[in-house]
Design a protein around this ligand. Sequence first.
Ligand code: LLP
Length: 429
Amino acid sequence: PWSANLRRDKGELVLAGHALSDLADAGTPVYLVDEEDMKARARAWVDAMGDGDVYYAGKSFLTPAVASWMLEAGLCIDTASEGELRIALAGGVPGNRIGLHGNSKSDATLRLALEAGIGRIVVDSPGEVDQIAALAAELGTVAPCFVRVTTGVHAGGHEFIATAHEDQKFGLSLATGAAMDVVAAITASPHLEFLGLHSHIGSQILDAEGFAAAARAVMAFAGELSSRGISVPEVDLGGGYGIQYTGLDPKPLSEKDMIAGIRSAIEASCQEAGIPAPRLSIEPGRSISGPAGMTLYRVGATKDVMTDDGVRRYVSVDGGMSDNVRPALYGADYTALLGRDSEAELVPTRVVGMHCESGDIVVKDVALPADVTRGDLILVAATGAYGRSMASNYNMVRRPGVLAVSDTGTAWLVKPETWEDVLGLFPDL
Ligand code: LLP
């Protein structure tokens, strides 16, 4: 689960030539991004895709610099809010290389998107058709629209992140005809252009089967549309490509094998339906930002607690659910390493945060050297996706900064919050 440029050298962990003990001088907790690793993961998707577009899912972790890295690597940006859209634009990404999602888009957000010349707006509910058409008419433009469909394919892990079954908030049902009605309304409007169909089936999916099943459902619908004289130029199969969080997690399929699996399902379905294969796009987030990111914490305290199976070492660090809510929210597993080398025996350890709830777990089960002590550094793997982007100020902590680390130096992608930032939110008394 560790990024490509992490090593042990001279008694401690070293990221792209920078000793962790030096990186910790910037203050802890701090998120670290292995810059070359993240860029390489982005390029791997572009190479695997060949003819077709890769939209980096900004929700997993987006800053103006990250947006510009993705643009340079040949990706587009998938945004799911006005904030993400603004950050992509601030990173110099042209509007036509940005997609906009959302199940509750405001007029202001849509107006900004249309004014920026957005590449695609993914329509998620029937009322949006009139909303977008009215705004496009007002701005004298034609809005490029995708339609998000609910395929009924249930893939991925936690219920909160599975998104294509019928009884949830996203997408338009193929089964009830809602998707058909919305596509028809879009093609009937002079202010809207129908560009394609979108499906997102869930997250942390490790093989191509779920995507292939979704692709078959989408292509069957494209066949129906074709018989009504509506062609589907492009199909976007969303994100959700899984990663290893711990050494025990199975390895996900390579980018190339994943795309090959999806493409062959699309081609077979198109042959069956007698329609040409559409252009393909995807929206990976976690598989680009996740393994490239890590969190560096400092140990504040340790204690041994009696359990039914013996003793468990609790190691308390200076962050927790405010910088990584995923263990508390999804029961997500992570793994950790001690920053310095140690000869001590490994003991069953739980790394916990500094917040005032017992569910504030950083790493549930990990074997760490028995001599871990206050002041030590602990590095947690694969926190680059949905770590900083879902961080909070719970217990009035300052959200940590994100430091890009490469052979050529270090640079803040996100500055660490200061006490002035936190206290500045409150009106003076
Ligand atoms: N496209 C759409 C329409 C999505 O809803 C998502 C994720 C993605 C792409 C990117 O998925 P990825 O490749 O990053 O898995 N916060 C949760 C996951 C919820 C993600 C929601 N949408 C987590 O921490 O696992």
